[in-house]
Design a protein around this ligand. Structure first.
Ligand code: NOJ
Length: 733
């Protein structure tokens, strides 16, 4: 059966592909069609797997990384199966294959699409050299709750930032020609709303009104689809009671229908099967029917399609037309990847890892991703410093600086801060005392030696944080402070009187109000990957300036989560905050002022979204507007001049926010719409120009319906989500 004619806009090559797909479909048995939709995890060349490949019962394989095995299995598919349809080999290459870049949340802190794109390009080049042509990345789930371990894998809390960087990652993996053998198909995941998992507990339920879904959670996916992402993956969660793997509205209506997406939708691992414990499917057969009818093309490791789809098609519970559309999507991906022409990996050039330029790019990513949160003048390490104490569980932790989802890590390739500092300052000038064996260590027996080192030194660098295993899938925490006895060790170091720099590597923004006062400077680096050590050393030494900016809000205490800058104002926004210790004994019920804050934490984050210091300072002129009022379909030009007012060169991330003051559905206090990173020499100014259109001022007012409502708006161009001067304009009636 022919699936569909190629659209009128299709190129000649696309028409040929559609014709080839239709030709193949016409020759396939139902079993062979279902086989294309079956994705299995495989390690090694074993009889069970090869038998299935030769029978045409497998369409793609994840997790095989040996190029010889990849080729052997591919030979079974291409030369020893009836129709010779090639396999796709997939892997979670999330922030690098061998050359590990900062975790995605760290890459988000660069606010620099070109860095993200380059990292993805390098990852694709390395991974494709062993035959991997499909990565399950980028993750663009908006995460507002740092208890959720998977916040590490995404680009933070803002849809514009996450979508822009997600699209850059897609371009890096795929280039403009996916059929090149050194590309990988990208996968926008997890569709959708996974980051809204209730209480930050992984896999948990979500309840997301459609307007919020469309304003906040879906836009990054749309940007990825527009950038040409070849595949999507469903999420594990249910949204409003319907698991994503069986969610017709999400997949068929929105992704396929509204967005016209013709790529592949793969389930998450076992997520079709998991609709049974969700309470949505009665059994595996039922879940296969629901997933297929929702538009999920590939079953990753649920064995639901391979066990039941044939029978479901024969009984008419899944239409043959739908089956053919699913298979066509998979075949189209194989054509797009060029696998029909070029199925094998070149074993002679396999294992292209750690090119010097790749390591340099990874180091640059660290340098632009680390965030200077506090500095009372201790940094950069100045020339009077002769002895440096290096303390802490993350100072020499090769495995842990790589972070979560580093499946293919060779940890001995990770250059730690201790190694780099010794190289830079001379081993004899670096006094190393670990203090704690790992980040969760509660034993204080190492403190004395660490304190001794700090006493002898001119500055103490305390490398703290979270081990890699404390974030990522299924690794959620309720208490997001520094684990173990790290806060106590910091206090002991501070008591020596030696200035202390707290350098944190972690998988999430940590709640730092309990340690902030004990550090003279704080550097926050989301796990930095292979080159974390050299990158951090250059920053600490002042050879490179800090330009990382918070891609998420940093709470003061864990109990403030979820916390995000684009929140609603409430009818009683925080003012006149009275903290718990200032409340009088037997004070009256209304004594704290009855506004929206916590008695024991006040209001707002410790460090806001967009924030980050550097070794220089920047000034912003108030924004000037092209007009005081515009029509709903008009455009507005916003200009602002940014000046480097300090004495060293630096990079600044100018952020344009808007606020719609009065709306039929109340709008957030600020929403990011544009950002631009500029590099300025001391004294240099740059005028930035941003153009806003009605689409930037619209929001979802009634399900899928958008509106730009007349009335007053504010616009800021600012260094973070809490500062800057606003200009006002109106949308005309
Ligand atoms: C489960 C994860 O949720 C997903 O992100 C990943 O790509 C798959 N497993 C495959 O490993």
């Amino acid at each position: 059966m022919a699936v569909a004619a190629a659209p009128a806009s299709a190129t000649g090559a696309e028409r040929d592909v559609e014709a080839s797909i239709n030709d193949l479909l016409g020759r396939m048995t139902i079993e062979e069609k279902v086989g294309q939709l079956n994705q299995l995890s495989g390690y090694g060349y074993n009889p069970a797997m090869t038998g299935q490949v030769k029978a045409g019962a497998v369409g793609s394989i994840l997790n095989e990384t040996d190029p010889a095995v990849v080729n052997a299995l591919q030979r079974d598919a291409v030369e020893n199966s009836r129709l010779g349809i090639p396999l796709i080999f997939a892997r979670d290459v999330i922030h690098g294959f061998k050359t590990i870049f900062p975790i995605p949340l760290g890459q988000a802190a660069t606010w620099d699409p070109s860095i993200v794109e380059e990292g993805a390009r390098i990852a694709a080049d390395e991974a494709s050299s062993v035959g991997i042509r499909w990565t399950f990345s980028p993750m663009v789930d908006i995460a507002r709750d740092a208890r959720w371990g998977r916040i590490a894998e995404g680009f933070g809390e803002d849809p514009v930032l996450a979508g822009t960087l997600g699209a850059a990652m897609v371009r890096g993996y795929q280039t403009d020609d996916l059929s090149r053998p050194n590309t990988m198909a990208a996968c926008m995941k997890h569709f959708a709303g996974y980051g809204a998992s209730e209480s930050g507990k992984d896999y948990n339920t979500t309840w997301i009104p459609e307007e919020l879904l469309r304003d906040v959670y879906l836009p990054p996916f749309k940007l990825g689809a527009d950038a040409g992402a070849a595949t999507f993956m469903c999420s594990f969660n249910d949204i409003n009671g319907v698991p994503s793997s069986g969610n017709r509205k999400l997949v068929r209506d929105i992704l396929r229908g509204e967005w016209g997406y013709d790529g592949v939708m793969v389930s998450d691992w076992g997520s079709i099967n998991q609709m049974i414990p969700h309470g949505y499917s009665a059994d595996l057969r039922h879940s296969a029917q629901q997933a297929a009818n929702a538009g999920v093309d590939i079953d990753m490791e649920s064995y639901a399609y391979i066990s039941h789809l044939k029978e479901l098609v024969e009984s008419g519970e899944v239409s043959e037309q739908d089956l053919d559309t699913m298979v066509a999507n998979v075949l189209r991906l194989k054509y797009r990847l060029g696998l029909f022409d070029n199925p094998y990996v070149d074993e002679a050039t396999a294992r292209r890892f750690y090119a010097p330029a790749s390591l340099a790019a990874a180091q640059k990513a660290v340098e632009q991703s680390a965030i200077l949160l506090k500095n009372t003048g201790t940094l950069p390490i100045n020339s009077k410093v002769k002895k440096i104490a290096v303390v802490g569980p993350m100072a020499d932790a090769q495995h842990d600086q790589a972070g979560t989802w580093s499946f293919d890590l060779e940890k001995e390739r990770c250059v730690t801060p201790l190694t780099s500092l010794r190289e830079k300052y001379g081993a004899a000038n670096v006094l190393y005392a670990q203090g704690l064996r790992h980040s969760r260590d509660k034993a204080t027996d190492g403190f004395a030696e660490a304190v001794k080192a700090a006493r002898k030194a001119d500055v103490a660098l305390f490398f703290a944080g979270e081990e890699a295993v404390l974030s990522g899938e299924a690794h959620c925490r309720t208490d997001i402070t520094l684990p173990g006895a790290q806060a106590a060790l910091l206090k002991a170091l501070k008591a020596t009187g030696t200035p202390v720099v707290l350098v944190i590597q972690a998988g999430r923004p940590l709640a730092l109000s309990n340690v902030e006062a004990d550090a003279d400077a704080i550097v926050f680096c989301f796990h930095g990957g292979t080159m974390a050590g050299p990158g951090l050393t250059r920053l600490l030494a002042g050879e490179e300036n800090f330009s990382g900016r918070c891609p998420v809000s940093f709470p003061r205490v864990s109990g403030q989560t979820p916390i995000y800058y684009n929140h609603k104002n409430t009818g009683r926004p925080a003012e006149g905050i009275t903290l718990i210790d200032d409340i009088e004994i037997e004070a009256g019920q209304t004594s704290t002022g009855c506004t929206s804050y916590f008695m024991d934490a006040g209001d707002g984050p410790l460090y806001p979204f967009g924030y980050g210091m550097s070794y220089t300072t920047f000034s912003y002129t108030p924004p000037t507007l092209s007009a005081p009022e515009i029509a709903a379909d008009g455009t507005l030009t916003v200009k602002c001049t940014v000046t480097n007012t300090g004495t060293v060169a630096g990079r600044e991330v100018a952020q344009l926010y808007i606020r719609d003051h009065v709306a039929s559905l109340i709008r957030p206090v600020r929403e990011l719409r544009r950002f631009e990173k500029v590099e300025l020499q001391p004294g240099e100014s740059r005028e930035l120009t941003f153009t806003l259109t009605g689409a930037d001022l619209a929001y979802h007012i009634d399900g899928a319906r958008t509106a730009v409502e007349p009335g007053e708006f504010s616009v800021w161009v600012a260094p973070d989500a809490q500062s800057g001067e606003a200009a006002r304009f109106e949308i005309k009636k």
